[in-house]
Design a protein around this ligand. Structure first.
Ligand code: SF4
Ligand code: SF4
Length: 87
């Protein structure tokens, strides 16, 4: 099962405060590697923090089932998407 990302790009427009992505922030919370079609320009070499599957396998498998972890991440997507609609 892969993470069901809809490629909305909203997470990549909200990277402010994420230590691992500090150097990627254009200064407005948008990642410099996000293209105009909301695609990651460095997808195959993106940092682990950007990869739900990798983060699960490296760290979060200790705390959650894969279904639980993906559901938590999807919840975060929904919160960011709702915030973006309001803005
Ligand atoms: S906010 Fe969620 S659905 Fe949108 S691009 Fe990011 S991971 Fe994918
Ligand atoms: S590196 Fe790619 S996946 Fe990670 S925040 Fe930037 S655009 Fe998004």
């Amino acid at each position: 099962m892969g993470f069901p990302c809809s490629v909305c790009g909203i997470c990549c427009k909200n990277i402010g405060g994420i230590k691992e992505l500090e150097a990627f922030d254009l200064g407005n919370g948008v990642c410099k590697y996000l293209d105009s079609a909301n695609r990651c320009m460095i997808y195959s070499t993106r940092p682990d923090i950007c990869n739900v599957k990798t983060m699960y396998e490296k760290l979060y498998h200790r705390h959650y089932s894969k279904e639980e972890f993906y559901a938590l991440n999807l919840k975060s997507c929904e919160i960011l998407q709702a915030q973006a609609k309001k803005a």
